[in-house]
Design a protein. Structure first.
Length: 196
């Protein structure tokens, strides 16, 4: 099996100024292990799911045609398996900016479709921004004192979807969402506004 590592230049420059989603938490860059040619050649790409998709398009545009077919119902995704979580809408009033609904739904859709297993170093309070577009981010945080991995990025998508389902609001122009979802597996996800 061949391993190749790519670091998305924009993300590397951007992460230096990246603030943790909660004061006092640590930020870890997410490294994704993907097989762009479905031939066993594993490529590591560091960044958000949007960075991964952009890099995969450069490496092999046909990969995206087969793996990222987002249908018109992407904003109506359902949770694939219900987890015993605890959702708090707007847990830091006045401190967290709302995320835009549709970019978060796109991020959730991308997370469901990307392969691999997410991994985070030991916490508590270690977070990785796994999706960020149009000033709207999804974070995954490890609350355990040992490293953590999940079965798939779909687990993070499910976590974020619960926040969207419970916490979305609408002003006169658009839907917004902000919240945090605590999982009994000692991890949480955050949906909030961001600089991206």
């Amino acid at each position: 099996m061949l391993f190749v590592t790519f670091i998305v230049p924009f993300f590397v420059n951007h992460v230096l100024a990246l603030e943790a989603p909660i004061p006092g938490y640590k930020v870890q860059e997410m490294t994704w292990k993907v097989d762009p040619f479905n031939n066993g050649t594993i490529v590591e790409i560091t960044g958000t799911v949007q960075d991964v998709i952009a890099e995969l398009y450069k490496i092999n545009p046909q990969y995206l045609e087969h793996h990222f077919m987002v249908d018109d119902d992407s904003d109506k995704l359902t949770i694939t398996h219900k987890q015993d979580n605890h959702v708090i809408c707007n847990p830091r009033p006045g401190h967290w900016v709302h995320a835009r609904y549709y970019p978060i739904q796109d991020g959730i859709s991308y997370l469901r479709q990307i392969g691999g297993r997410p991994e985070l170093s030991a916490g508590p309070g270690t977070c990785s921004r796994v999706s960020c577009s149009w000033k709207s981010a999804i974070w995954w945080c490890n609350d355990d004192d040992k490293p953590m991995s999940l079965d798939s990025f779909g687990d993070i998508a499910d976590c974020a979807q619960e926040i969207v389902d419970i916490c979305h609001k609408r002003d006169q122009w658009e839907f917004y969402v902000v919240g945090q979802n605590f999982n009994d597996g000692n991890w949480n996800c955050i949906v909030r506004g961001a600089n991206c």
